[in-house]
Write a protein that binds this ligand. Structure first.
Ligand code: ADP
Ligand code: DAR
Length: 344
C-alpha cells in the first residue's frame, strides 16, 4: 500500500476514516513496531473494506502505544474510555445477580459468554509468523487437554478436519467460519487453516477456539438463559487455563486483543433470543438495546442477519467495565426486551 493518504468513500463511516487525519497519517505512516508490524498493515482492513465499523487491527502490544494517536480516539469513541481511564477486572461469579430471566424457555434459546485472550510474549494474530502460530497451537492444545472434570475434552485441529464435521460444528454455532474479508485484509487468515483449531468438552458447553481472530476464544455456552451457570463455568475455565498459559495484559487497556473493540474484558456475553413482535418495530428494539449498551447481531455470527425473529443480543462495552458488569448489562437488557415483548 502506498504511503499517500488513503482514499475513503464519501459514505465511509468507519472509526478509521473518522479519526485518521492527514496530520495523524503524516506522523504515523512510516512507523513500524519492534516485531515488524507496520502502521499501514494496522489500517489496511479499513482501507480495503470501506464498510468497516472500526477498520483497524493491532499486530502486537506495541501497536497500542506506537499507533496511539489513531488508536486512542478510536478506543475512546467505541468504549467511551478516555486516555486517562484505567480498566479494572472482576471475574467473581458471586458478584453476578442474573437469575434465569426466562425459566419457561419461551424467549431465550441459548446463552454464550466468551473472552478473547492472547499469549504473553507473542505478537497478536495480524503480526504472527507461521511458526509462532503453530507453537501457540501446540502450547494451548497441551494446556487444554490436561483439563479435568466438566472441562475435560479434546482438541481438533482444522488441518485435516473432515469438511462435513467442520460445517456441522459451524452450523451448530460451535466453530468459527473461515476468516471473513475484514480478517483477510488484517492478515488474520494467513496460512489458513494451519495452526487453527477448536477444543471442546463432551457436552460442547465449554469450547476454546485457537488462532482465529485472537489466539484463544474461551467460550462457555448452553441452551436456555441461566447466565449465572454459564458465567461460573467460564471463570472456572479461565482460572484453569491461566495456570499454564500467561495472557497478554496491559494495566490501562486490560486484556489485549487484535481488534480494539475487544480490549479490556474481551468479553461478549450473548443470548439467542426469540422476539417476533418486538422485531417488527426495530426503532423500539434499538431504543431498548441502546439504553442497555447492547449490540444486535444475527444468529450466524457477526455481520449476519436476524432470522425468524431470533437475534443475538450481547453487551457492546468491553473496556472500562468489569466482566460482571458486562454480563449484568446484558442481563438487564434481556429482562427489558422480554418485558416489552410481553407487553406487545
Ligand atoms: P464472537 O466474536 O463472540 O465469536 P460471533 O458473532 O462471530 O461472535 O459468533 C460466533 C459464533 O457463536 C456464531 O456461530 C454464533 O452463532 C455463535 N453464538 C454467539 N452467541 C450465541 C448464543 N448466545 N447461543 C448460541 N450460539 C451463539
Ligand atoms: N469487521 C471489523 C471488526 C469489527 C469488530 N468485530 C470484530 N473484531 N470481530 C470492522 O471494522 O467492522
Amino acid at each position: 500500500m502506498s504511503a499517500t493518504f488513503p482514499k475513503f468513500d464519501s459514505d465511509c463511516s468507519s472509526l478509521l476514516c473518522r479519526y485518521l487525519s492527514q496530520q495523524t497519517f503524516s506522523v504515523l505512516h512510516d512507523k513500524v513496531t519492534a516485531s515488524g508490524y507496520t502502521f499501514l498493515q494496522a489500517i489496511n482492513s479499513g482501507v480495503v473494506n470501506q464498510d468497516s465499523g472500526v477498520g483497524v487491527y493491532a499486530g502486537d502490544a506495541e501497536s497500542y502505544t506506537l499507533f496511539a494517536p489513531l488508536f486512542d480516539p478510536i478506543i475512546a469513541d467505541y468504549h467511551g474510555f478516555s486516555s486517562t481511564d484505567t480498566h479494572c477486572s472482576n471475574l467473581n461469579p458471586e458478584k453476578l445477580f442474573a437469575p434465569d430471566p426466562d425459566p419457561d424457555a419461551k424467549y431465550i434459546l441459548s446463552t454464550r459468554i466468551r473472552v478473547g485472550r492472547n499469549v504473553a510474549g507473542m505478537p497478536l494474530g495480524p503480526g504472527l509468523a507461521a511458526p509462532q502460530r503453530k507453537s501457540i497451537e501446540a502450547q494451548v492444545a497441551k494446556s487444554l487437554t490436561n483439563l479435568s472434570g466438566e472441562l475435560a475434552g479434546n482438541y481438533y485441529s482444522l488441518t485435516g478436519m473432515d469438511e462435513t464435521v467442520r460445517n456441522q460444528l459451524i452450523a451448530d454455532h460451535f466453530l468459527f467460519k473461515a476468516g471473513d474479508r475484514f480478517l483477510e485484509a488484517a492478515g488474520l487468515n494467513r496460512d489458513w487453516p494451519a495452526g487453527r483449531g477448536i477444543f471442546h468438552n463432551l457436552q460442547k458447553t465449554f469450547l476454546v477456539w485457537v488462532n482465529e481472530e485472537d489466539q484463544l476464544r474461551i467460550i462457555s455456552m448452553q441452551q436456555g438463559g441461566d447466565l449465572e451457570v454459564v458465567f461460573a463455568r467460564l471463570v472456572k475455565a479461565i482460572r484453569e487455563i491461566e495456570k499454564s498459559v500467561s495472557f497478554l495484559f496491559d494495566a490501562r487497556l486490560g486484556y489485549l486483543t487484535s481488534c480494539p473493540t475487544n480490549l479490556g474484558t474481551a468479553m461478549r456475553a450473548s443470548v439467542h433470543i426469540r422476539l417476533p413482535k418486538l422485531s417488527l418495530d426495530m426503532v423500539d428494539f434499538k431504543r431498548i438495546t441502546d439504553l442497555h449498551h447492547l449490540q444486535i447481531r444475527g444468529i450466524h455470527g457477526e455481520h449476519s442477519e436476524g432470522e425468524g425473529g431470533i437475534f443475538d443480543i450481547s453487551n457492546k462495552r468491553r473496556l472500562g467495565v468489569t466482566e460482571v458488569e458486562c454480563v449484568q448489562d446484558m442481563y438487564a437488557g434481556v429482562v427489558a426486551l422480554i418485558q416489552q415483548e410481553k407487553v406487545l
